[in-house]
Design a protein around this ligand. Structure first.
Ligand SMILES: NC(=O)c1ccc[n+]([C@@H]2O[C@H](COP(=O)([O-])OP(=O)(O)OC[C@H]3O[C@@H](n4cnc5c(N)ncnc54)[C@H](O)[C@@H]3O)[C@@H](O)[C@H]2O)c1
Ligand SMILES: [Zn+2]
Ligand SMILES: [Zn+2]
Length: 400
C-alpha cells in the first residue's frame, strides 16, 4: 500500500510499504477513505517531537471502511464505515473508565519512554512517534486500529449517509475545539478570546458559540483565517502582527476587564516578533527549549481576574518565563490536555446529523495522498490561503 512516511525534519515521502495485518483479536483493519494533515503533524514535520524514526507512517485524522476484524471484536463488522479517534484507548483501565482516554494506561507499549522523560506515561497515538507507541498512522491506504470496540464511531452508509468531509474531523479537531471551549465553563454573556485561527481555533470558536458565548475574539495574522472566523463564527478579530499592544487592545474590547476565557489554540510553535518571541525561537533552535510559550503568556496576561485559560495547543516540555505569579494572583483556572475524543464522538456526531454544524467549512485544499509532500509544505507555510488539507488515498488495493 501507499503511505506518507516521515524521513527527517521537513522530509515526508509517499512510499510503498507492507500492508498492516491484525496483531490482536481486538484489532480491525480499515481501508482509509479520507485523511487529513493536522497542526500537530507540523510539530513532527518541523522535528520538534522526539522519538520519530525514518519510515514512520504519519497521520492521526482518518476514517474508512472496515475490511477485516479480529475474532474478539464485537461492535464492528466488515463493511462498516467508521471515524477513528486519534488516541488509542483500552476502555477498561482507571483512566478510560473516567473518560480520560488520552491517559490510557494500556495502549502505549512505550509508556516507559514518556515516564523517563516526564515522569508519567500516556495513551498510544496513531502516527505520533515511538514515545506514543510507534503506531503506524492514518495517512495511508490501510490502517490497523487496536482496541477497535472502544474508539471508532460508526457512521451510516448509503443515501442517508453524511459525506466523509462532514464527519472526518470527529477524529480530532472538532472534539479538540469543543473540549477547549467546554473547559471554559462558558456562561451566557461571556466573551471568549481565541489565539490561533487555524482549524483548532476555528472549532474552538464555533464550539464557544454553540455553548452560549456572546462574544468571540479571534487572534491571528493570516487574513483568510481571520475572515473565516468572522464569517463562520461571527468573531471580532485582531491581526496581532499589526497591533502595537495586543493585551491593551483586547482589554479595550472588553471594557478594561479582559475576556472571561482565553483559549491558546497555537501551542509550542507560536510565532512571536517581540523580544521574548525571538529569545524563545533562538533557544528552541539550539534545543535549549522545546516550546515557545508566547501565546500562553499573553492568555494569562489578558484573561480577566477569576477567568479561565484553556490550552488545546500542544506543549511538550518545561516552559520559560510563563507569568505563573500573575495567573496565581488573578485566581485563574488553567485547563489543558490532549482531547479525550471518545467522550465527544457520539454527541458531536448527533450535532452534525441534526445539521447544527457542518465541519467541512474548514477545508480549503483537497489532494491525492501522493501529493502529501507538497500539501505538508503548503499547510506549514500557510500558502495559497491554506487552512485545512484533506488527502484522498482511494483506489488502493491491499498488497499494492
Ligand atoms: N489538544 C489536542 O488534543 C490537540 C489536537 C489537535 C491539535 N492540537 C494543537 O492545536 C494547535 C493548533 O492546531 P491547528 O491544526 O489549528 O494548527 P495551525 O498551524 O493550522 O494553526 C495555528 C495558528 O496559530 C497562529 N499563530 C501562530 N502564532 C501566533 C500568535 N503569536 N498569536 C496568535 N496566533 C498565532 C498561526 O498563524 C496559525 O493560524 C497545535 O499546537 C496543535 O498541535 C492539539
Ligand atoms: Zn491532530
Ligand atoms: Zn485504558
Amino acid at each position: 500500500m501507499k503511505a506518507v512516511c516521515w524521513n527527517g525534519t521537513e522530509d515526508v515521502r509517499v512510499e510503498t510499504v507492507p500492508d498492516p495485518g491484525l496483531l490482536s483479536q481486538k484489532d480491525v483493519i480499515i481501508k482509509t477513505t479520507l485523511t487529513a494533515i493536522c497542526g500537530s503533524d507540523l510539530h513532527l514535520y518541523g522535528g520538534h517531537i522526539p522519538g520519530m524514526r525514518p519510515g514512520d507512517i504519519l497521520g492521526h485524522e482518518f476514517m474508512g471502511e472496515v475490511v477485516e476484524t479480529g475474532r474478539e471484536v464485537r461492535n464492528l463488522k466488515k463493511g462498516d464505515r467508521v471515524v477513528v479517534p486519534f488516541a488509542i484507548a483500552c476502555g477498561a483501565c482507571y483512566f478510560c473508565r473516567h473518560e480520560l482516554y488520552t491517559q490510557c494506561d494500556n495502549s502505549n507499549p512505550n509508556a516507559w519512554m514518556l515516564e523517563k522523560l516526564n515522569g508519567y506515561g500516556s495513551a498510544g497515538l496513531f502516527g505520533y512517534s515511538h514515545l506514543y507507541g510507534g503506531y503506524a498512522g492514518g495517512q495511508a491506504q490501510f490502517v490497523r486500529v487496536p482496541f477497535a470496540d472502544v474508539g471508532p464511531v460508526k457512521v451510516s452508509n448509503g443515501a442517508q449517509g453524511l459525506s466523509d468531509e462532514k464527519v472526518l474531523f470527529l477524529s480530532d479537531i472538532f472534539p479538540t475545539g469543543y473540549q477547549a471551549a467546554e473547559q471554559c465553563d462558558i456562561k451566557p454573556g461571556d466573551t471568549v478570546a481565541v489565539w490561533g485561527c487555524g482549524p483548532v481555533g476555528q472549532f474552538a470558536m464555533m464550539s464557544a458559540r454553540l455553548l452560549g458565548a456572546e462574544r468571540i475574539i479571534g487572534i491571528d495574522r493570516f487574513t483568510e483565517r481571520l475572515r473565516m472566523a468572522q464569517e463562520t463564527c461571527g468573531a471580532d478579530t485582531i491581526d496581532y502582527s499589526k497591533s502595537p499592544d495586543l493585551i491593551e487592545e483586547i482589554k479595550e474590547l472588553t471594557g478594561g476587564m479582559g475576556p472571561d476565557a482565553c483559549i491558546d489554540a497555537v501551542g509550542m510553535e507560536a510565532h512571536g516578533t517581540a523580544l521574548a518571541g525571538l529569545y524563545d525561537r533562538a533557544k528552541q533552535a539550539v534545543h535549549l527549549l522545546l516550546d515557545r510559550p508566547t501565546v500562553l503568556r499573553q492568555c494569562i496576561q489578558a484573561c480577566r481576574k477569576g477567568g479561565t485559560v484553556s490550552i488545546p495547543g500542544v506543549y511538550t516540555g518545561p516552559l520559560d518565563k510563563v507569568p505563573i505569579g500573575a495567573a496565581f494572583g488573578k485566581g485563574l483556572t488553567l485547563r489543558m490536555g490532549q482531547t479525550n475524543v471518545q467522550k465527544y464522538l457520539r454527541p458531536l456526531l448527533e450535532k452534525i446529523e441534526r445539521g447544527e454544524i457542518d465541519p467541512s467549512f474548514v477545508i480549503t485544499h483537497r489532494f491525492n495522498l501522493s501529493d502529501a509532500p507538497y500539501a505538508y509544505q503548503l499547510f506549514r507555510e500557510k500558502q495559497d490561503g491554506c487552512i485545512k488539507v484533506v488527502l484522498d488515498p482511494s483506489n488502493g488495493r491491499r498488497g499494492e
